[in-house]
Write a protein that binds this ligand. Structure first.
Ligand SMILES: [Zn+2]
Length: 100
């Protein structure tokens, strides 16, 4: 069982733009980044990543969440190992519900 404060620390150390940027070519548009959605096929970018809030949202299919949700959704892993993407050690359980 991973303590909530550890998850919080990893979340704060994780750069969601870098995380999603590993899979998706993100383009900076003002305070946000846009790219092709990882969750549904599309030709026009509707995935918006907001670094200030460390969240993503797709205006095409409605998928949304934070770095952990992304790991669950995009990689489909029961556990997300954040080590390769953040400076903090830890494997996080993929147990958080997807918020609409
Ligand atoms: Zn989408």
């Amino acid at each position: 069982m991973i303590p909530p404060e550890t998850i919080q620390q990893v979340a704060e150390a994780t750069d969601i733009v870098k995380l999603i940027g590993r899979d998706v070519a993100l383009k900076k548009t003002g305070a946000t980044y846009t790219g092709l959605c990882f969750s549904h096929p599309e030709k026009t970018p509707s995935l918006v990543v907001t670094p200030a809030r460390q969240r993503f949202k797709c205006f095409g299919c409605g998928v949304t969440g934070d770095a952990f949700d992304y790991g669950c959704l995009a990689w489909g892993l029961p556990f997300v190992d954040i080590r390769s993407t953040a400076s903090t050690d830890g494997a996080l359980g993929c147990t958080r519900p997807i918020r609409a």
